[in-house]
Each structure stands twice: as C-alpha cells, then as structure tokens.
Design a binder for this molecule. Structure first.
Ligand SMILES: [Fe+2]
Ligand SMILES: [Fe+2]
Length: 156
C-alpha cells in the first residue's frame, strides 16, 4: 500500500499564475500516474495469491486513487477554470468542458469504487473495469496537458 501524501494547499501566489498552476497540474498528474500504476499492479497479481487478497489490494489501490483524483479535480475547478474563463472568448466554453469531463470522470471512478466495495462482482470483471479506467484516465491526462499547454502557452 502506498502512503498517500495529499497534494497540499496551493499558495496565493501560485493560484492565479497560469504557469505555476499549469506546473501544479502536471505535478499532480505525475502523482496520479503513480497511483494508476498501483491499480495496474493490483490488477496484474496472479499466481497463488488468493482471490480475496487480490480483491483487497485492488480495492485499496482504487480507493487511494479516488481520494487524490477527487482532490485534483477540485483543484483544477478552483484554479484552472478561472484562468481559462479569463483567457479569451472561448474560455468559458473550455471551462465548462473541463467541468463536464470531470463529472464524467467522477461518475466512472465512483462506479468502480462502489463495485470494488460491494464485493458483488467477480474479480476478473473488476480487473477489466479497473484496467479500462486506467487507460481512459491516462489518455485524458495527456489530452488535458496538451490542451492546457496551448491555452497557457507554456512548454508542455
Ligand atoms: Fe481535469
Ligand atoms: Fe487533470
């Protein structure tokens, strides 16, 4: 199990500086990628490990990911969205798209958390759902970093 280190508070100076906010986004993405690695590793456990132990490890990895991911979404909505809104005429649309995408990500990860907690689904099905989420979230972060690099006009 990974020791979860919260992202921590964001300073007043960082909160309104596009370059610093974007750096923060990328730093948090790095931590989320490490948690996605943990989920993948939990999915890949095979061999003699009993199914119960494997399910417990996957449940813990999914929960750890959920806690930080949720905090990350809140950070982006608090600090990225206002910068997008103020940037240009398309900023409001970009901010709304960001929030709508976050709501979809919340839906997907909460569904996985609930399925892992309920312990009703067979482990292979949970592994399939978790693997799919890892792929989608990795792709989402790459797309988000590219989109923000253009808007924030800082090196991607
Ligand atoms: Fe986001
Ligand atoms: Fe993000």
């Amino acid at each position: 199990m990974r020791d979860i280190v919260p992202f921590g508070p964001i300073s007043a100076r960082t909160s309104t500086d596009p370059e610093r906010v974007f750096a923060r986004v990328r730093r948090e993405h790095g931590m989320i990628r490490a948690l996605l690695d943990d989920v993948e590793r939990a999915c890949a456990i095979g061999g003699p490990s009993p199914a119960g132990a494997r399910a417990t490890r996957l449940r813990q990895a999914v929960w750890d990911l959920y806690l930080l991911f949720d905090e990350h979404l809140a950070m982006e909505e608090a600090y990225v969205a206002p910068i997008l809104r103020a940037f240009d005429a398309a900023g409001e649309r970009r901010a709304v798209d960001l929030i709508l995408e976050h709501n979809e990500q919340r839906r997907v990860i909460l569904e996985l958390v609930e399925n892992a907690e309920r312990d009703e689904k067979a482990l292979p099905q949970l592994v399939e759902e978790a693997t799919s989420l890892v792929g989608v979230f990795r792709a989402d972060m790459i797309i988000e970093e590219s989109a923000l690099a253009v808007v924030f006009a800082v090196p991607g």
